[in-house]
Design a protein around this ligand. Structure first.
Ligand SMILES: Nc1ncnc2c1ncn2[C@@H]1O[C@H](COP(=O)(O)OP(=O)(O)OP(=O)(O)O)[C@@H](O)[C@H]1O
Length: 395
């Protein structure tokens, strides 16, 4: 019945140019004997809207009828699946209300929706890990740790692999969320341990393999993340991380597969954006001798491949590239890459930077590179390519 869906005082939503959606309510409903219905609404700006419809159209949910608003009690529900009216404005409004109360997570059935807080939040400490470990979903506030715990429990119980998919637009918080999930999994004890959650002290003493797994993050970010207009630390690749457990549910290793690295960024960056972090880290953090040997400079404007984003692209607010370089080196060592190999990689990166500085002179039907071009000499030396061979390559 029309009166059951819309009646005087029923709260609804209207589209709004400024706010996306604005609240309104039914101020009168007239049902005629021929089952036509006249609905009058007033929104929060005082604008009146009249809709002529029929009982059948209301029952069928005709397009164009304003979506219904939920009762206030449900408007901060921690699971969208419990909303009486599940429509776009109700979903957005509930998530917004929760965000205003500092609850950045909301469930939607088995899915966890995360709103990026864009600031440090005290939600991920060892005491919170302890609180979620061994608890069922729904016992505590929605959280990434509850999702990780669910996956861990299902794996232990059923002995089958579990998958957590993290998706969202650029800057939504996927990388951060995946790191917290990894940290959680690296921090919980197997189900038969005396205590499900580690104490703070034993959290600090995580095993070598757990530390190695967590150390993959700074490495992947140094080589695969860059500043973009949307995100200062944007992952320019997709990744599939497998965390491997033994029969006792203890972590024994990890496998990481990466996909579709944005390779073009190495040679070109749009205005305000940067190349991959590692290049800036290397220039800022290489010790004096190595910097000299590799022909690097702390002034990144000396390199064509680093300066195309313009002066506002670097440094990144709150990021010390030199310090990050040391952290990348430590992480590389933790995952077992020798210092010698690390410098072989850094030499290759330096070769790329010098390649970008080679001056190519175009002639009528040809082009040439001057033998004495220092960028040519350095890049070929670091790549181990004879200078003459390089000059002759047809592009
Ligand atoms: N849970 C969080 N707590 C605090 N800050 C966060 C959180 N999640 C994201 N951020 C902030 O938002 C920024 C962007 O997040 P993140 O890099 O995870 O996005 P993304 O979805 O992986 O983006 P991209 O697809 O561009 O890689 C982070 O650098 C961080 O500053």
């Amino acid at each position: 019945m029309a009166e059951n869906i819309y009646s005087k005082g029923t709260k609804v939503w209207f589209p709004d140019k400024e706010l996306s959606w604005i609240s309104g309510e039914v101020t009168s409903l007239t049902r005629n004997p021929d089952d036509t219905v006249k609905l009058v609404f007033v929104d929060d700006r005082g604008k009146e809207t009249t809709i002529n419809t029929t009982v059948k159209e209301i029952k069928d949910g005709r397009e164009g009828l304003p979506p219904l608003r939920n009762p206030p009690l449900l408007e901060t529900a921690d699971d969208l699946a419990t909303l009486s009216h599940l429509n776009e404005p109700s979903v957005l409004h509930t998530i917004r209300n929760r965000y205003a109360q500092h609850s950045i997570y909301t469930y939607s059935g088995i899915v966890l929706i995360a709103m990026n807080p864009f600031q440090r939040v005290t939600l991920y400490g060892p005491e919170i890990i302890q609180a979620y470990s061994g608890r069922r979903r729904g016992e505590l506030e929605p959280h990434l740790f509850a999702i990780a715990e669910d996956a861990y429990t299902a794996m232990s119980r059923d002995g089958t692999g579990q998958t957590i998919i993290v998706s969202g637009e650029s800057g939504a918080g996927k990388t951060e969320s995946a790191k917290y999930i990894m940290r959680y999994l690296a921090s919980v004890n197997p189900p038969d341990a005396k205590s499900r959650a580690r104490t703070k002290a034993s959290l600090d003493e995580s095993s070598e393999v757990e530390r190695q797994i967590l150390a993959t993050n700074p490495v992947l970010e140094a080589f695969g993340n860059a500043k973009t207009t949307r995100n200062d630390n944007s992952s320019r690749f997709g990744k599939y991380i497998q965390i491997l457990f033994d029969g006792k549910q203890e972590i024994v290793g990890a496998r990481i597969r990466t996909y579709l690295l944005e390779r073009s960024r190495v040679v070109f960056q749009p205005l305000t954006e940067r190349n991959y972090h590692i290049f800036y880290q290397l220039c800022a953090g290489a010790p004096l001798k190595e910097r000299k040997d590799l022909g690097l400079d702390t002034d990144i404007t000396k390199f064509h491949y680093l300066k195309q984003g313009g002066p506002s692209s670097t440094p990144i607010n709150g990021v010390d590239d030199g310090e990050e370089f040391r952290q990348t080196q430590t992480a590389l060592s933790t995952i077992g890459i020798s210092v010698e190999k690390q410098w072989a990689v850094f030499k290759l990166l330096s070769a790329l930077l010098h390649l970008g500085n080679i001056k190519i002179t175009s002639m009528r039907n040809d082009s040439s590179i001057d033998d004495t071009d220092p960028a040519l000499q350095l890049s070929t030396r670091f790549l181990g390519v004879p200078l003459a061979d390089f000059q002759e390559v047809d592009c």
